[in-house]
Design a binder for this molecule. Structure first.
Ligand code: GAP
Length: 443
């Protein structure tokens, strides 16, 4: 019997599909989901943690380990509140906020159209400045003298440690201090999945330079940072550098660029690169009374170094990598979703899959996986039919799968299946590691 044609459902937009994949496969989940969630906070599942670790490792490698002019730091999230007064955050780290008089929902004044709430016609209040720093209390007494802030950027931890690093490492400008860590902002409107969060992670470098060289280094770092994203395999035409106009410069910045990505919701900031002058060091010197200047014994000049700051977000990089890697395609009459992660960041690099759960395949496959494990990020999977397992590995972006089949018992060889080329190459077991290393480093 013929069935009536079903009306075609519109395909869900990319962000929706990606968020669904992220949840289904364990990249990220809304925080405290069983209680209805909490706005602007996400939790990262096994593949999400792996991806984030790979991003942070790649950043640290490029920004610290492969250079001789940058050192690392890990400062506390809670700091003396005087830091945030001196840095200008207590006074200036605000967004303009309006409230609908009817439903009391709050919005960023620069993101609304007109003076009435579109949903219920309620009039908006006058805009007032809303400080984005989260506050808590230190110690058992809760009053204004025990108030502390959760850091809204990792940068200030670097500035206040500048004299410590200077004396403990004998560095001379130009040199930088790098830090990766959590930051917190009470964003009025978090959203677009993990794009704008209230708890997020930053990867920041404060690069201290002689004042006259500041703009030269701004130029250097904007190119360097753009190239870092290209090196992670992000498509060139989805990235751009945008210079800030005078009116949008942050309260400390003398010049700034954003690395922008073409997100499904439009071109938006992935990373900010700012020339901060001596704003922060001078402010901390004044407020703390501690001398943070540098004496150049070659030129016999004492000065407060100027700072160029590339400041990236782990979460935004993660979202960008996932969006950029997401592809839907038809292969031999079948639809597949594939995340074409760059080999260096793929959460799993090699999946080992026995064709069947029957022995001796399972035992053999486990042995192979154990041999490969010290060299690559591996996964062992013997659930479901092989086709479904390939699809799962495609969906989580695993570049190579090694299939152990019944022939393996006789010919001591396995098949390497490539995620991107869809080729299947038979390789002797004792050459697997080398064959995989070659393929993984080829990108
Ligand atoms: N220290 C300079 C600074 O914090 P920013 O432009 O405010 O500069 C730098 O932040 C980067 O941190 C952004 O480009 C973005 O990647 C990330 N970031 C900032 N706010 C964020 C938020 N609410 N959620 C997720 N990432 C955020």
């Amino acid at each position: 019997m013929a069935t009536a044609a079903q009306p075609q459902r519109e395909a869900p937009p990319l962000m929706e599909k990606l968020v669904s994949l992220a949840k289904r496969r364990g990249f990220f989940f809304q925080s405290s989901e069983i209680y209805g969630g909490i706005q602007g906070i996400y939790d990262f599942g096994p593949l999400g943690v792996a991806l984030r670790n790979n991003i942070k490792r790649a950043w640290w490698r490029s920004m610290v380990e492969l250079r001789d002019d940058v050192v690392g730091l890990d400062a506390g999230i809670l700091m003396n509140p005087k830091v945030w007064v001196a840095s200008g955050h207590v006074q200036n780290f605000t967004d303009p906020l309006v409230e609908c008089k009817k439903c009391h929902q709050r919005f960023r004044a620069d993101q609304i159209v007109g003076n009435r709430h579109q949903d219920d016609g309620g009039e908006f209040t006058e805009a007032r400045q809303f400080n984005l720093m989260f506050k808590t209390f230190m110690g058992p007494v809760e009053n204004s003298s025990t108030e502390v802030y959760l850091r809204p950027e990792t940068a200030q931890g670097i500035f206040v440690n500048f004299p410590n690093i200077l004396t403990s490492t004998q560095r001379r400008p130009p040199f930088g201090i790098a830090q990766i860590g959590k930051a917190f902002r009470n964003e009025i409107t978090p959203g677009n999945s993990i794009f704008r969060l209230r708890e997020f992670e930053q990867m920041e470098l404060e690069f201290f330079v002689p004042p006259a060289d500041e703009m030269k280094w701004l130029d250097y770092w904007k190119e360097h940072r753009l190239n870092w994203y290209l090196g992670l395999g992000i498509q060139k035409d989805h990235l751009r550098l945008r210079a800030h106009g005078k009116d949008e410069l942050a309260h400390y910045a003398l010049g700034a660029f954003d690395v922008e990505y073409q997100f499904p919701f439009g071109w938006s900031e992935l990373e900010g690169i700012a020339a901060r002058g001596d704003y922060d060091l001078a402010a901390h010197q004044k407020a703390s009374g501690r001398d943070v200047s540098y004496f150049d014994d070659l030129t016999r000049v004492r000065y407060i170094p100027h700072v160029v700051e590339p400041s990236a977000g782990v979460d935004r990089t993660m979202l960008t990598l996932m969006i950029d890697a997401y592809h839907e395609e038809e292969v031999r009459g079948e639809q597949r979703v594939v995340l074409r992660f760059h080999h260096s960041v793929a959460p799993i690099q090699v999946a080992v899959l026995p064709l069947s759960r029957k022995e001796p395949l399972q035992k053999l496959a486990r042995e192979v996986e154990h041999q490969l494990r010290p060299h690559f990020r591996t996964d062992y999977d013997d659930t479901q039919a092989i086709g479904r397992r390939y699809r799962r590995q495609d969906e989580i972006g695993t570049p190579f799968a090694v299939t152990i089949d019944f022939e393996t018992v006789n010919d001591h060889a396995a098949t390497i299946r490539s995620r991107d080329e869809m080729t299947q190459d038979r390789v002797p077991l004792d050459q697997l590691q080398r064959a995989l290393a070659e393929r993984l480093s080829a990108q």
